[in-house]
Ligand binder design. Sequence first.
Ligand SMILES: NC(=O)c1ccc[n+]([C@@H]2O[C@H](COP(=O)([O-])OP(=O)(O)OC[C@H]3O[C@@H](n4cnc5c(N)ncnc54)[C@H](O)[C@@H]3O)[C@@H](O)[C@H]2O)c1
Length: 256
Amino acid sequence: MNISEKTAIITGGASGLGEATARHFHSLGANVAIFDVNVYRGLAISQELGSRCSFYDVDVTGDGSVAKAMARVVEKYGGVHICCNYAGIAPAVKTLGRDGPGDLELFTKVIHINLIGTFNVARLAAHEMAKNTPVDEDGSRGVIINTASVAAYEGQIGQAAYSASKGGVASMTLTMARDLARNGIRVNAIAPGLIHTPMFDAFPQEVYNSLSRQPLYPVRLGKPEEVARLAQHLVENNYMNGEVVRMDAGIRMQAK
Ligand SMILES: NC(=O)c1ccc[n+]([C@@H]2O[C@H](COP(=O)([O-])OP(=O)(O)OC[C@H]3O[C@@H](n4cnc5c(N)ncnc54)[C@H](O)[C@@H]3O)[C@@H](O)[C@H]2O)c1
């Protein structure tokens, strides 16, 4: 599916990988709708990008609020063709910590945002995409891109909640592709390794340096723009479907 003149919803589009993808798709001629809880950054980006970009104050876990924002996007741009699910959080939850059993409330919150939030937005986007007139000879009506993580396969110490949520995203991607094939909607996921987003700026220098040395080759953190270019490929290449693509410079995460 060509990106130009299509409408893309980007959750988590106010920062990091989502912001890079929002900017990239906008530069390729798409209408971009950012769904995020970070109102300040979301508005700043939409104002900077101008008329083909709009921001919606949306918590991906909210049922009614996502549906309302989706309806506003359809009203403004005439439909939804692309949905990139980047919204996510990554707090540490150990199974057994120094203070006792792992924090169940926090575990639940991570699953709720990363996994249930992804399904929530995807199902509502698919509902709109299914109404589109096919845009090419393959009958394409829409493309959904989920965000997993290498932690889906190699969760580190303290990543029980995060790896469970991303494992869920990875394993539901093929199932969603199967569910939506008859509607002309493809579903893939990106499983990034270590990508330099604002998250990394909070780390102490020695942690930052140690993480930067872990990729196999090239030995550096990934750039958000590199993920955005993979997202572009997953939209444009109609033969990519039901796949989880690791993008990690060959890294295999160790226990810590
Ligand atoms: N950066 C990496 O190395 C890396 C690696 C693997 C996977 N990922 C995944 O990629 C995605 C983006 O990560 P990032 O590094 O860009 O992080 P980030 O913190 O820079 O961006 C995440 C965005 O999601 C938004 N968000 C959080 N909860 C939300 C909610 N309930 N509703 C709507 N928006 C919400 C935040 O406000 C933020 O703008 C996440 O799902 C993350 O787990 C990142």
